[in-house]
Design a protein around this ligand. Structure first.
Ligand code: 8Y7
Length: 279
């Protein structure tokens, strides 16, 4: 059994954990602005808890392709009041989606129990910031940077290259003093990847599992659905649930999603059937 100790909360990864996305940005990829103020953010967090969420991922900087960077102060102003209120009012572990060491530090002090860094602690000072605490850290693969990453991504062997990158980042983080039991790894669907790269990674997700660490997958509403089905963001619910389930079937232990209730139902149903398997 794998237990992730997320600050005051434990997350049991025997069952797949459903991470609910809570964007507190005015410009996010798929729900921009809806939960930018702390009161509506907390209301949404409470709703996700009622829907069976395992972890709530608060993000104050949009990482969508082409998004603008925000200042440290702006990100702190967006994220910290929300983390403080959720930590006080709602008994669910909080993750903070950030690459900035100042935001990592302040978030953990405010009550966050996990750091989700799509830069995999490559920002100056990020390794040290996380090493100073004892919360889990999700390391994600990204080729390039958000502003330009979708311009002609290229790999010789995407699965091997993503696995190598993650192994190197885990090593760097361990060298900085972060214990192995704290890592989560994520192939970073859509982060400098074409549809074909994303498909190859999802099919071979078990290869990443061979690193011996819990795997996270974020596929919710992403462009691979738009490219495959020709659907706009607001019509990607059903395919998002299907992709989350495929990720869990291929070994993902955490799925990061916008639509908590349908994903919880799909994943728990599959797990109930798996638990009953005779062969
Ligand atoms: C991911 C993520 C985003 C992901 C992890 C979006 C912050 C883009 N995607 N974090 N964040 N994995 N760990 O479409 O795939 O949600 S932002």
């Amino acid at each position: 059994m794998t237990l992730l100790q997320c600050g005051a909360h434990k997350v049991d990864l025997t069952r797949a954990a459903i991470m609910g996305i809570l964007n507190v940005t005015p410009d996010s990829f798929s729900d921009g602005g809806a939960h930018a103020d702390p009161v509506s953010a907390v209301a949404r967090a409470r709703q996700m808890m009622e829907e069976g969420v395992s972890i709530i991922d608060v993000g104050g900087e949009s990482t969508r392709p082409g998004a603008q960077a925000v200042s440290v102060q702006e990100e702190l102003d967006r994220v910290i009041p929300v983390v403080e209120r959720i930590a006080k009012e709602i008994p669910v572990p909080i993750s903070v989606d950030t690459s900035k060491p100042e935001v990592m530090r302040a978030s953990i002090i405010a009550g966050a129990g996990l750091i989700n860094d799509v830069y995999a602690l490559r920002a100056p000072g990020a390794l040290e910031a996380v090493a100073a605490f004892d919360v889990p850290i999700c390391l994600t693969h990204m080729q390039g940077e958000p502003r330009t990453m979708q311009i002609e991504p290229h790999y010789t062997d995407v699965v091997a290259e993503v696995a190598d990158f993650l192994a190197i980042r885990v090593k760097a983080a361990q060298a900085a003093g972060i214990a192995r039991c704290r890592f989560i790894i994520d192939p970073g669907f859509g982060f400098g990847k074409t549809l074909e790269h994303n498909i190859a990674l999802l099919r071979s997700l078990k290869v990443l599992g061979m690193l011996g660490l819990p795997v996270m997958a974020g596929l919710s509403r992403k462009s691979m659905i738009g490219k495959t089905l020709g659907l706009p963001i607001e019509q990607r619910l059903h395919a998002s649930v299907a992709l989350a389930l495929i990720a869990v079937q291929n070994g993902a232990r955490i799925v990061r999603v916008h639509d908590v209730a349908p994903t919880v139902q799909a994943v728990r149903m599959w797990e109930a059937i798996e638990a009953d398997r005779r062969v």
